[in-house]
Design a protein around this ligand. Structure first.
Ligand code: ADP
Length: 262
C-alpha cells in the first residue's frame, strides 16, 4: 500500500484526495478562508480521518489549485490545468476535452490520449461565467447553490440574462423578480448565460467528441443538462467531479513515488 495525497486549494473550497494505486481511499471538502496553509492541512486531516489513516502513512503530497503554493508541507506543486487533464483522463480515458467550472474561473482544456494538455483557454479576470456568478445570483434569489440545478430543471419560460458582468447580472435578477418572473425561469436564464460563455472557450480550443465536466459547478444537474443540449455532445460527469483536480495531483504523486522506487 502506497498512499499519496492530492490537495487542490481553490478559491472557495479545498479538496483533498487520498489514492492507493488507482483507488480513492479517502477524500474531503473544506471551505477556504484566509489561512490557506491551515486549510490545506485541515483538508488533509479530514481525508485521513475518513480513510482511517495517519499522516505517517502518506508517502507523497502534491498541491494544486490557485493556492497550490500554500501546500507548503507537500513535495510537489502542479498547475490545476495539468491536474484536471490528468484526473479527467483517469476517470474517462476516452475524453479529449475538459470543461472545468470552479468558483472563480472557467477553463476549457483539450487533452491527448495520455491525459496531457494540448491546448487550453480560460475566462478573463471577470467572474462572469464562473461559479461565483451563480453564487451571487443564487443569493439574490434566496437560493442555496445546491437548489439552482433542481430549480432550472423546472423552468417553463427561461428569461434572457443579458448582463455579462456579475454585479449587473445580480441587478438584472432583482429586476426580473420585481417584474414577477418565476425564480426557476431566471435560474435557467443564468445557466444559459454561463453555458454560452463556456461554449466560446470550448470553441477556442476545438470541440472534441467526448467532453468531461469538472469543478464544483458540474454538481449542478441544470448546468449539465444545458451543456449537453448546447454542445450536442456526450458529457461525462462523475460523483467525484469536484475532486478531479485533486485526483490528478495525487496521480502525479503516484508517478513520482513509482519513479523513486524504479
Ligand atoms: P474552487 O476550486 O475555485 O474553490 P470548485 O471547483 O470547488 O471551485 O467549485 C466551487 C463552485 O461550485 C461554487 O462556487 C458553487 O457555485 C459550485 N457548487 C459547489 N457545491 C455545489 C452543489 N452542491 N451544487 C451546485 N453547485 C455547487
Amino acid at each position: 500500500m502506497t498512499i499519496v495525497a492530492g490537495i487542490d486549494i481553490g478559491s472557495t473550497t479545498a479538496k483533498c484526495v487520498l489514492l492507493d494505486g488507482t483507488s480513492v481511499v479517502g477524500r474531503s471538502l473544506h471551505p477556504v478562508g484566509v489561512e490557506l496553509v491551515k486549510d490545506a492541512e485541515q483538508a488533509l486531516e479530514k481525508a485521513l480521518e475518513a480513510a482511517h489513516l495517519t499522516r505517517e502513512e502518506v508517502a507523497f503530497v502534491t498541491g494544486t489549485g490557485y493556492g497550490r503554493f500554500k501546500v507548503s508541507f507537500g513535495q510537489l506543486v502542479v498547475t490545476e490545468i495539468g491536474c484536471h487533464a490528468k484526473g479527467a483522463h483517469f476517470l474517462f480515458p476516452e475524453t479529449r476535452l475538459v470543461l472545468d467550472i470552479g468558483g472563480q474561473d472557467t477553463k476549457a482544456i483539450r487533452i491527448n490520449g495520455k491525459g496531457e494538455v494540448v491546448d487550453f483557454a480560460m475566462n478573463d479576470k471577470c467572474a462572469a461565467g464562473t461559479g461565483r456568478f451563480l453564487d451571487v445570483c443564487a443569493g439574490a434569489l434566496g437560493f442555496d447553490v445546491a437548489e439552482l440545478g433542481p430549480a432550472a430543471l423546472q423552468a417553463r419560460h427561461p428569461v434572457k440574462v443579458t448582463s455579462t458582468c456579475t454585479v449587473f447580472a445580480e441587478s438584472e435578477v432583482t429586476s426580473y423578480l420585481s417584474r414577477g418572473k418565476e425564480p426557476r425561469d431566471i435560474v435557467a436564464g443564468l445557466h444559459e448565460s454561463i453555458v454560452s460563455r463556456s461554449m466560446s472557450l470550448l470553441q477556442r480550443v476545438g470541440i472534441e467528441p467526448q467532453l468531461t465536466f469538472t469543478g464544483g459547478v458540474s454538481r449542478n444537474e441544470g448546468m449539465v443538462r444545458t451543456l449537453v443540449r448546447r454542445t450536442q455532445l456526450p458529457v461525462n460527469v462523475s460523483p467525484l467531479s469536484q475532486y478531479i483536480g485533486a485526483i490528478g495531483a495525487a496521480l502525479f504523486g503516484t508517478e513520482r513515488v513509482a519513479g523513486r522506487s524504479a
